[in-house]
Design a protein around this ligand. Structure first.
Ligand SMILES: Nc1ncnc2c1ncn2[C@@H]1O[C@H](COP(=O)(O)OP(=O)(O)OP(=O)(O)O)[C@@H](O)[C@H]1O
Length: 244
């Protein structure tokens, strides 16, 4: 379980997060939906220990991500907002490197690398360097990096941006498989259809705060709207920065 408790974060005069509180449960996909600038990336960066909150806590399985970042991250797979690949390494080398960073060694490491390469169907890419890969290929390598240590929690920042329909489907299938295995999945998006298609629960963010949260049905009930799209617009107060 991931718990965000009353987190505030400012960049000089800009308040990015203000007393943000929500949680993401195991075996569920939680979507963080908000327009550009709502604070989604800032929130995810605090959870994976790249940024320090000014106040409040991000807990991963009760471990404080600011105080014990290594312990918190050992239980976390991270799919960052840019598919940050080391273009001079082969896919296998990259995935192995991430496995090592998470403490895997020797036979267990090789076994985990082989497994994730097979699962993501990237054996044909495994011995190629990633320079020049398509967006779909990069997405799969980034997912392999995130999943190699079989984390109980998975965080994805705008995972389907730039992906075509087929790659988006592959991504969704993998996320559903992870959910079925009990993984706690938290992803950010400003695309309503993506959130509606995948999420068990939605946390709607605006201006660094939670504007509403619940299942898609609950959000419709809360706003008295039949369509989720209309519910989102009502919650956020406009459709600016949200894509259908
Ligand atoms: N390093 C930084 N320095 C200064 N301001 C920042 C920094 N990072 C984020 N901000 C500001 O904090 C606010 C929240 O930004 P953030 O990137 O978290 O939003 P977001 O919801 O992820 O937006 P997007 O959908 O556009 O990626 C914005 O006003 C942004 O300009």
């Amino acid at each position: 379980m991931i718990e965000v408790k009353s987190i505030s974060k400012s960049f000089k005069t800009v308040s990015a997060l203000s007393e943000l509180t929500f949680s993401a449960r195991d075996g569920e996909i939680t979507g963080l939906l908000g327009p550009n600038g709502a604070g989604k990336t800032t929130c995810l960066r605090i959870i994976y220990g790249l940024l320090r909150a000014d106040s409040g806590q991000a807990l991963i399985e009760s471990v404080d991500a600011n105080r014990y970042p290594l312990q918190a991250r050992s239980n976390l797979g991270i799919f960052p907002d840019k598919f940050g690949l080391y273009e001079r390494l082969t896919v296998r080398e990259q995935v192995r490197y991430f496995g090592e960073l998470h403490g895997l060694q020797a036979e267990q490491l090789e076994h985990s690398v082989d497994n994730v390469i097979e699962r993501l169907d990237i054996a044909s890419l495994a011995d190629r360097k990633s320079a020049g890969f398509s967006q779909g290929q990069r997405m799969k390598v980034a997912l392999a990096q995130a999943l190699v240590h079989n984390p109980k929690h998975l965080i994805l920042d705008e995972p389907s941006r730039g992906l075509d329909v087929m790659s988006t489907r592959i991504l969704r299938d993998i996320l559903r498989e992870q959910r079925a295995a009990g993984t706690c999945i938290l992803f950010s998006s400003h695309v309503m259809q993506e959130v509606a298609a995948l999420c068990d629960r939605v946390v709607v963010m605006a201006a660094g705060k939670v504007a509403a949260e619940g299942t898609p049905d609950e959000l419709c009930q809360l706003t008295g709207e039949a369509a989720l799209e209309d519910a989102f617009v009502k919650i956020i107060g406009s459709d600016e920065g949200i894509a259908a």
